[in-house]
Write a protein that binds this ligand. Structure first.
Ligand SMILES: [Mg+2]
Length: 417
């Protein structure tokens, strides 16, 4: 517990997901937990590994054929990068609940300025780190390591020391001991050639660099390494860059027909069926789309594409489908046989954040949310072809075996098995 009345120290937190891609797979498929998971079958090499796979002797970059030999009970998967990006988005939306100053450094690493939050929450920085770690684990099932320090360099060193699944805070009281646990090459910004140079100066661990005085540093190092030394001493050189990364995750769903055909009604139904699948995925991750792209694939492998910015973010097919109809009518050409359709949802936003801005028409939104909560429950209980909006019903029917009973609703058509 903190002491009241004491001034808050500057505090930067570095959050780094543990074995991120493999953890996403383990979060999605609980049967993979505590088992060696290797992502990378599609590339022929191990791209990401669970800790269990690392313990079994698998290393990153290893050929999949070698992985199979070394780790015969390993679960080898192709990367589902779209899903990993959705998990990433959720991690960062959780971090932004705690601070306005969040920098997305990579898909699974970010910096958060938590200065002063100790006073606001009446918790120590270490306890705040534990709370954030626990929130991410509880809400999306991903384990992260958390490092806390006065600067980004110290925070990143702390999270390196925290791996896996712990919280480490570097303070003035423990800095020498903490830094002695990291090789100089593990300091952020010191690559292997710089590490080699520092080794020649007798610097092997992070505490050895920290212990050099300023005149030594000025004499032997160029500006980037002098900056690292300052950061290690708690003087912030690298600010938090809070611009949200512009590469937004997207959700796509496409389907190619067994043969090309030109039945306009059926092609539209297929398109809407894809819309439902993509929207269902968005709702599963608590995301709303700001933009929808429709795609008609022609027989000659060219695509007709149209992008629509939605008047309000949505993940509800019943809201989006009526907007797509005129676009589809404009794109569709009678003479062009089509071989498939696709939907891409992009400009995804966290629904909790969007809902705060949705004061107008709120009751309509709530009604739709209510309906689709029920839909999602039915879908998860009885399978993905159980229920759909009326306009995709024939496409859905075509894709499944003998439905026994059809139940009509104003917006929805359900098939009860
Ligand atoms: Mg990581």
């Amino acid at each position: 517990m903190i002491q009241k009345g004491k001034k808050s120290y500057p505090a930067i937190m570095h959050v780094d997901a543990d074995a991120f891609f493999a953890s996403c797979e383990q979060a999605l498929y609980p049967e993979f937990q505590n088992r060696p998971v290797i992502v990378g079958e599609d590339r022929g090499i191990a791209v990401a590994l669970s800790y269990e796979a690392k313990r079994a002797g698998v290393t990153r970059g290893m050929l999949i054929q070698d992985v199979k030999r070394i780790c015969p009970d390993g679960i080898i998967l192709s990367g589902d990068y779209e899903t990993y990006a959705l998990f990433s988005k959720k991690i960062f939306s959780i971090l932004r609940r705690f601070s306005n100053e969040v920098e997305q450094y990579s898909i699974d690493e970010g910096f958060v300025n938590i200065t002063g939050m100790d006073k606001v929450l009446n918790l120590s920085y270490n306890d705040i780190g534990k709370h954030i770690r626990g929130t991410i684990l509880k809400e999306i099932g991903i384990s992260v390591s958390v490092g806390i320090g006065k600067t980004k360099t110290l925070a990143k060193l702390a999270s390196y020391l925290a791996k896996p699944a712990r919280v480490v805070e570097i303070t003035e009281a423990n800095i020498l001991e903490s830094l002695s646990g990291a090789k100089i090459g593990n300091v952020w910004g010191i690559g292997s050639s710089s590490a080699h140079y520092m080794n020649q100066l007798g610097i092997y661990t992070a505490d050895a660099l920290y212990s050099k005085n300023m005149s030594f540093v000025a004499k032997h190092f160029t500006k980037p390494h002098q900056e690292i030394w300052h950061e290690m001493h708690g003087n912030m050189v690298y600010p938090i860059c809070i611009d949200e990364k512009t590469q937004y995750a997207s959700i796509s769903q496409t389907r190619t027909f067994g043969k090309t055909f030109g039945n306009k009604a059926l092609i539209y139904q297929e398109l809407i069926s894809n819309l439902e699948g993509a929207c269902r995925k968005a709702r599963k991750y608590g995301l709303l789309a700001g933009k929808v792209t429709i795609m008609l694939k022609r027989q000659d492998f060219s695509h007709d594409v149209y992008e629509l910015r939605l008047p309000r973010p949505s993940s509800f097919p019943a809201q989006i489908a009526p907007l797509l109809r005129p676009l589809f009518d404009g794109l569709y050409e009678k003479r062009a046989p089509y071989r498939g359709t696709g939907i891409i949802l992009s400009q995804l936003q966290d629904e909790k954040v969007v809902q705060l801005n949705l004061l107008e028409n709120e009751s309509h939104f709530n009604k739709l949310e209510h309906v689709y909560n029920a839909v999602d429950t039915l879908l998860s209980r009885y399978g993905k072809n159980t229920i759909s909006i009326a306009s995709s019903h024939n496409a859905m029917k075509k894709n499944q075996q003998t439905p026994q009973r059809i139940m009509k609703l104003p917006l929805l058509v359900g098939v009860c098995h």
